[in-house]
Write a protein that binds this ligand. Structure first.
Ligand code: ADE
Length: 290
């Protein structure tokens, strides 16, 4: 009898130790029901923070993570900071600490496709880092990055999770964004699937915009998306990048971004919130179906 009690105690102690050594693994099943939403700066996140019910804040290494419910789904909303290094750091941190089921980036971008105007949305069907490559006498040749995990070369273009993109497309057809006053009458914002390129430069140059359009087929340019995508690819987390146009990446870009950031951030956030609502709906249906 005493031997049985002793053995049971030892087994329980070992079990507790294993549980404490592997908190991430223990948290995994529940964490797949958690969505992380990133934005580079506060203006991109205002509406998303406001949409949180029962918000709580945690600070890790000086980065603020807001958690709560959004449209019935558990979410983490976090400001990544501007540029690829900040975005990569915060993406890795959020994955390691919270194990989200997916990461969605919401924000603004410079429009490169001439059909796009402020407030229009590009759902990234592909992202690439336009400043990673080889500078030759012919100019910039964009190369795929190399995975730090596998040491294999990544493709130049990374593609988002197909399920998230399908949800985004459905949301794009469903949501009713407000018409935009243009001075020449109202127009309805366009929502397209397109190519979003990322680099550590704010593009305010028609020549650079034309080059990005010609060499990469870019529809929009920003400073974080492909970095988030690369980290998610290496760490096995589904991702999606949603961007709304704030400027034309041209000589007026620095003035336009001031005028149109609020509109663009709002349109992007509204699409992302609709996607989150449908992730919540899907999760609820899966639970009932079990
Ligand atoms: N984000 C918004 N507009 C941008 C631009 N023109 N270049 C890079 N990132 C941007």
């Amino acid at each position: 009898m005493r031997k049985t009690i002793y053995l049971t105690t030892v087994l329980l102690a070992v079990g507790v130790c294993i549980f404490q050594l592997c908190p991430a693994d223990a948290a995994e099943p529940a964490a797949t029901q958690l969505t992380c939403i990133l934005g580079a700066f506060d203006d991109e996140l205002t509406l998303l923070y406001q949409a949180l019910t029962d918000p709580k804040e945690e600070v890790l290494h000086g980065i603020h993570f807001a958690s709560g419910k959004m449209k019935g789904r558990s979410v983490i909303v976090c400001r990544s900071g501007i540029g690829k290094v900040n975005a990569a750091m915060v993406t890795a941190l959020v994955i390691e600490h919270y194990r989200p089921g997916e990461i969605i980036f919401s924000g603004i971008a410079g429009g490169i496709n001439p059909d796009l105007r402020p407030g229009d949305i590009v759902m990234a069907a592909k992202t690439a880092q336009h400043d990673f490559g080889t500078l030759t006498i012919e100019g910039m040749r964009v190369d795929g990055t190399k995975s730090a995990v596998t040491w294999q070369r990544n493709p130049v273009f990374l593609e988002p999770d197909a399920r998230l993109m399908a949800l985004a497309e459905a949301s794009g057809k469903r949501i009713k964004l407000a018409d935009i006053e243009t001075g020449k009458g109202k127009r309805h914002p366009k929502i397209i699937k397109g190519i979003v390129v990322t680099g550590d430069v704010f593009v305010a140059s028609p020549a650079k915009a034309a080059e990005l359009r010609k060499t990469l087929g870019a529809d929009a340019v920003e400073m974080e998306g492909a970095a988030v995508a690369q980290v998610c690819r290496d760490l096995g987390v589904p991702w999606l990048v949603i961007r709304s146009i704030s400027d034309g990446a041209d000589a007026n870009a620095l003035q336009d971004i001031d005028s149109f950031t609020a509109l663009a951030a709002k349109n992007s956030a509204e699409l992302v919130m609709d996607i989150v609502a449908h992730l919540a709906g899907q999760a609820a249906r899966e639970t009932i179906g079990k």
